[in-house]
Write a protein that binds this ligand. Sequence first.
Ligand code: DC
Length: 225
Amino acid sequence: MINIAIDGPSGAGKSTISKAIAKHFGFVHIDTGALYRTVALYVFENNINMNDEKSVAKALENIDIKVAIEEDLQKIYLNGKDVGTKIREPNITKMASDISKLKIVRDFLLDVQRKLAKENDCVMDGRDIGTVVLPDSDVKIFLTASPEVRAKRRLLQQEEMGIFENYEKILEDIKKRDYNDSHREIAPLKQAEDAIKVDSSEFSFEQIKQKCKNLIDERLKNGRI
Ligand code: DC
């Protein structure tokens, strides 16, 4: 199977770019942040104390996550129910960052992610795909952008989903989340040594898409697979 890893901080455009790249190459797009968000949703809806490892371990035993690819889009079923846009609410966003620090949660999702990569030609986006989940992926891209540019993009994205927030608050949240994600002990957000860095701050979506497509074409042509 061909596996392409796209990592980077929140709001760098990973999801949009990964989706477009996957469509272009006829691969499946797997948004791993959505998996962390789904675990967070379960923890929230069931009032689980995140600080109590035993309770979290028990919760994980009761979580069944199914990822379905429907019309090229990833859909997540949590114990049989489509999670929809609930996982995008601000409280779940914050919680996903918190639960992603827990080893037990990361181990649980590691299996889910590796299984998906084994079964599908895919573009997988996240924070630790190139470093931990799929260290042997065929192409690794580290997509980043300045916090201000990411906050503006996030604001628009949220508005499209009917979630209205304030720019300053989003910027502050992004900075906090960057810190959280890159300072956690296990699998922190960091660029893999063999990843190619792409900074999207100054470029349009089309330009970044083209750049990533070219990078992937080049790697695939060079016989890495
Ligand atoms: O990409 P996102 O904003 O949907 O991710 C939600 C949270 O999940 C984010 O704060 C960090 C965490 N995450 C992670 O730790 N590892 C991944 N591979 C993907 C996401």
